[in-house]
Design a protein around this ligand. Structure first.
Ligand code: ZN
Length: 250
């Protein structure tokens, strides 16, 4: 059984370093917005799915995001176009695993209406709690779309054979999760926003925005333990690390 990971480039966000690292200056940083195509034999899954197509055009959705970020997203950066570029019909993606409900991870769901969605129960619950949704800048227009939802509690073996597993890494948001993937002869962990940058994994500053920084620090320790055990950790928004990835991790 071959299991592979293809990084998909779903646009960029730009803001001062202080948006991404507490205590940082205002030097603008452009960060990638990745999604991850997982091929598990003939089955296709995504880990996160990029931004909503409404953000490619002027309008209220774009205006809200542009209060905080410079937006680099066009039609070619949307999940549908990225999948087609990878030779995949979006309708063939059976499963979307969500790291969390922020707009740059979940907005592509609108283009994947028939996929089942795996999300931590705590995250999904927060998405429908008015106070937690507001505190975490969740926008239900991104995810309250009637998908078939699989609520995950803690670790979860996605395909039942130990090759792809959700691992809870809360803190950035209430129910954030990362994804552990066993490739041919190595293990890769897609950290998502538990660690924006390689430096975050190594104890660098956390972003000022976050649900629970102490909890996030514990989650990062958990990631470091996986690295200690031999896994390659892939941070969520690191421009250098993302640029260095091959077209396909095997
Ligand atoms: Zn986030």
């Amino acid at each position: 059984m071959d299991v592979t990971i293809e990084p998909l480039a779903c646009g960029t966000l730009t803001a001062g370093r202080s948006m991404f690292e507490a205590g940082g200056d205002d030097t603008p940083i452009e960060i990638p917005v990745p999604a991850w195509l997982i091929r598990h034999g003939d089955e296709l899954a995504l880990f996160d799915c990029g931004m909503h197509r409404d953000l490619t055009e002027a309008g209220p959705a774009r205006e809200i995001v542009e209060l905080f970020f410079g937006l680099g997203v066009g039609p070619d950066d949307l999940i549908g176009a990225q999948l087609e570029q990878a030779g995949v019909d979006p309708a063939d993606v059976g499963t979307v695993i969500l790291s969390h409900l922020h707009f740059d991870h979940v907005g592509g769901l609108a283009q994947l209406p028939d996929a089942r969605v795996l999300v931590q129960r705590d995250e999904w619950r927060a998405g429908f709690d008015d106070d937690l949704a507001a505190a975490n800048s969740f926008n239900p227009d991104d995810y309250d779309l009637g998908h078939d939802i699989v609520h995950v509690d803690g670790e979860h073996d996605v395909f039942g054979d130990g090759r792809v597993a959700c691992i809870p890494t809360p803190g950035h948001t209430p129910g954030h999760q990362s994804l552990r993937v066993r490739l041919h002869d190595r293990e890769v962990v897609l950290c998502a926003d538990c660690a924006y940058f390689s430096t975050t994994i190594d104890g660098g500053p956390l972003p000022p925005i976050g649900h629970d920084h102490a909890q996030q620090a514990v989650s990062i320790e958990r990631l470091r333990a996986l690295r200690q055990a031999g896994a390659l950790l892939v941070p969520g928004h690191d421009p250098t690390a993302f640029a260095r990835l091959p077209e396909r991790l095997v």
